[in-house]
Design a binder for this molecule. Structure first.
Ligand code: ADP
Length: 191
């Protein structure tokens, strides 16, 4: 089974992806995590994307499609969870082609719905908690970057809701419910 978790920054995609990895032997493909890894390894690509990420803007389709294509080379029986990808219509088309080339299909696109005030509150809290625990704070987890991230989401990513709705793949869950309740809603969709 291959699924996309779709939703604005702070919606809880990563949290639910990790639950699915534990429960269903799926592989999480988070372009955000891949890009953070690239930047911390100091590669040329990592250095190029660092400033873009910190500002809350999207890196180019070419870079993230390349990262995903590489990860899809191997097969995995449990399937893939796409977390934070696709984020543009161009990426969605590319993913469709990559899966078709493998003879694979997309089984569901789960949209996690959370209002903007809650999203800002969540990422600002995430930064405060990391700081209190002496862990590194994500440079884009602040109210200012968050405004740009939300703007990017509504402009470039939210059109994917219509794109996948039209294909009959879209399912929505209430991202304001508890982590376990959201997990149960996703489980009910996936069967
Ligand atoms: P969040 O969903 O909380 O915004 P992510 O960890 O998924 O955070 O991504 C962090 C940043 O990495 C994004 O703001 C963007 O700059 C970059 N990024 C991640 N995935 C993509 C993507 N598919 N396309 C373009 N940029 C991306």
């Amino acid at each position: 089974m291959n699924i996309i978790l779709l939703g604005p920054p702070g919606a809880g995609k990563g949290t639910q992806a990790k639950k699915l990895v534990d429960e269903r032997n799926m592989i999480q493909l988070s372009t955000g995590d891949m890009l953070r890894e690239a930047r911390s390894s100091g590669t040329e690509m990592g250095n190029k994307v660092a400033a873009i990420m910190d500002a809350g803007e999207l890196v180019t389709d070419e870079i993230v499609i390349g990262l995903i294509a590489e990860k899809l080379e191997g097969d995995h029986a449990g399937g893939f969870i796409f977390d934070g990808f696709p984020r543009t219509l161009g990426q969605a088309d590319a993913l469709g082609k990559l899966l078709a080339d493998k003879g694979a299909t997309l089984d569901a696109v789960i949209e996690m719905q959370v209002d903007d005030d809650t999203l800002v509150e969540r990422v600002v809290n995430r930064a405060k908690e990391a700081e209190a625990a002496g862990q590194p704070v994500r440079a884009d987890d602040n109210a200012e970057s968050m405004r740009t991230r939300l703007m990017e989401y509504y402009k470039k990513t939210s059109p994917l809701i219509g794109y996948y709705y039209a294909k009959g793949d879209l399912k929505s869950v209430d991202g304001l419910a508890s982590i376990d309740e959201v997990g149960a809603a996703i489980k009910a969709i996936l069967g």
